[in-house]
Design a protein. Structure first.
Length: 134
């Protein structure tokens, strides 16, 4: 949990480095938090509509409001929180954060970036600073 809170505090900090463990635990924590929030939002929108409306069609319409909120969180919120962590992870491999633009090449870019994020850290100091655990 310490990795997650440390990364959240640095959500808009593009300087420095992040270890593999730090990045992947943060990534996993964000996914768990996102899906938990989506289930809670869906449950709240559907249950609040079932109290207000007795019509089943209105309840389904409220469910779509929850889906829309989750889509906004997933398409805007998650990438914003992951861009800086991804840049720091790439810095740990002595690569520029601009490599994340590979995500705009859907199948190949995602695979290449996943491999880059999984590579071991460069030892010692590199052009982006000291190792994260130093």
């Amino acid at each position: 949990m310490n990795f997650f809170t440390k990364q959240l505090k640095r959500a808009f900090d593009f300087k420095g480095r992040a270890s593999r463990q730090e990045f992947w635990l943060y990534f996993l924590g964000l996914l768990v938090a996102f899906w938990t929030a989506c289930f809670a939002i869906m449950a709240l929108t559907i249950s609040s509509c079932s109290v207000v409306f007795n019509d089943m069609g209105a309840q389904q319409g409220c469910g779509w409001i929850g889906v829309f909120i989750c889509m906004i969180l997933g398409w805007i919120g998650l990438p914003l929180l992951l861009i800086s962590a991804g840049a720091r992870r790439l810095h740990d491999n002595n690569k520029s954060g601009w490599w994340q633009l590979l995500l705009f090449i859907p199948p190949i870019g995602v695979l290449v970036l996943a491999v880059l994020m999984a590579l071991p850290s460069t030892r010692g100091e590199n052009r982006f600073g000291l190792p994260p655990n130093a």
